[in-house]
Design a protein around this ligand. Structure first.
Ligand code: B12
Length: 272
């Protein structure tokens, strides 16, 4: 359904059925739809965003700024120095590289930056992530997982971060890419020893792709659940279909993947 129609339906519900509306608010769905929320992002300046999102450590903040400026060479130099001084590569990805792309994406959302800036920041961040990954080198695999973005959705920046963090934590990650039909996921899972599929989507219209994939993997008795993440996904949404668990952040996915792959936990433990 188109977002405008959804918003109109929510507005109607607020007026006609405030009890149900309040329920939705509690479930976080109205916020997810952008109907309610904090103060308007438009009021935020670049400085305010940086203050909220950038790390306090000046060496880390310089990396974030390099990503924001889309300067791959600068980022690579700064990340090399940090890794040379013994900083943890996962920490560098999470707390130095990621804040840069986060600020850029907020600016884009507010109409203060455009597609080329997003792509340049993404490129700069990928340069830094590459260095962090090579620092970790070959470690014995903790298990095989796959990552994908739901069919119809081209947003892959967050998925790439999630895949990088899983790799950095010792998982063998096969990235199936973005706009991935459910049959492609099924085909790969059937032919490989995959323990967990990590799927994401950022658009309301492509959320059904996650449902279809999780249900197909269940129907075909693969035993592989789908860890769902990405900005359009919430726990309330994931609770509506089986063979799925909600992992809010890449680090939560690492926790779930660790328990599932070493056999100490079942995926259902993470669903609740
Ligand atoms: C960048 C961006 C784009 C880029 C994407 C580039 C790329 N290669 O990804 C471009 C310009 C191409 C684009 C296009 C479009 N976009 Co866009 N885009 C965004 C934007 C600004 C940022 C998304 C992003 O990358 N954020 C940064 C990353 C790091 O955050 P993240 O993905 O949420 O990931 C984090 C978590 O969610 C989580 N996570 C992410 N993935 C996963 C996976 C797993 C398994 C786990 C556990 C966790 C996890 O971890 C990450 C790190 O914390 C958002 C608005 C916003 N501020 O979010 C709109 C947004 C997602 N886009 C939107 C729309 C509508 C579109 C277009 C339809 C616009 C158009 N009219 O053409 C097209 C769609 C094209 C398509 N078919 O997919 C809407 C979606 C609305 C909705 N809810 O349905 C948004 C929300 C903008 C808006 N406010 O309306 N977009």
């Amino acid at each position: 359904m188109h977002m405008d129609i959804v918003m109109q339906a929510v507005e109607e519900m607020r007026l006609k059925d405030p009890v149900r509306f309040n329920q939705l608010v509690e479930e976080g769905m109205a916020m997810e739809l952008g109907f309610i929320g904090g103060p308007s992002k438009k009021q935020k300046s670049v400085d305010k965003l940086k203050k909220e999102i950038f790390p306090e450590n000046p060496d880390y903040a310089a990396v974030s700024q390099g990503v924001l400026d889309g300067k791959r060479k600068v980022v690579e130099e700064l990340v090399s120095k940090l890794l040379g001084s013994g900083k943890d590569p996962v920490d560098v990805v999470t707390h130095a590289l990621m804040p840069g792309i986060q600020v850029q994406c907020e600016l884009y959302d507010m109409g203060m930056s455009y597609v080329p800036e997003i792509l340049m920041s993404n490129d700069a961040m990928q340069g830094g992530i590459g260095l962090c990954q090579s620092k970790i080198g070959d470690v014995p695999s903790k298990g095989d997982v796959i990552s994908f973005v739901a069919e119809g959705d081209l947003h892959d920046i967050g998925k790439n971060i999630c895949a990088a963090i899983l790799k950095a934590n010792g998982f063998k990650v096969t990235d199936l890419g973005r706009d991935v039909p459910k049959d492609v996921v099924l085909d790969f899972v059937k032919k490989n020893n995959v323990k967990l599929a990590c799927g994401s989507t950022l658009m309301s219209t492509t959320k059904p792709g996650l449902i279809d994939t999780a249900l197909l993997l269940e129907l075909e008795k693969t035993g592989v659940p789908v860890a769902c993440g990405g900005a359009a996904v919430s726990k309330a949404f994931v609770d509506t279909f089986s063979n799925s668990l909600y992992t809010k952040s890449p680090l939560e996915t690492v926790k779930a993947a660790t328990g599932i792959c070493d056999g100490s936990k079942k995926w259902t433990d993470f669903r609740s």
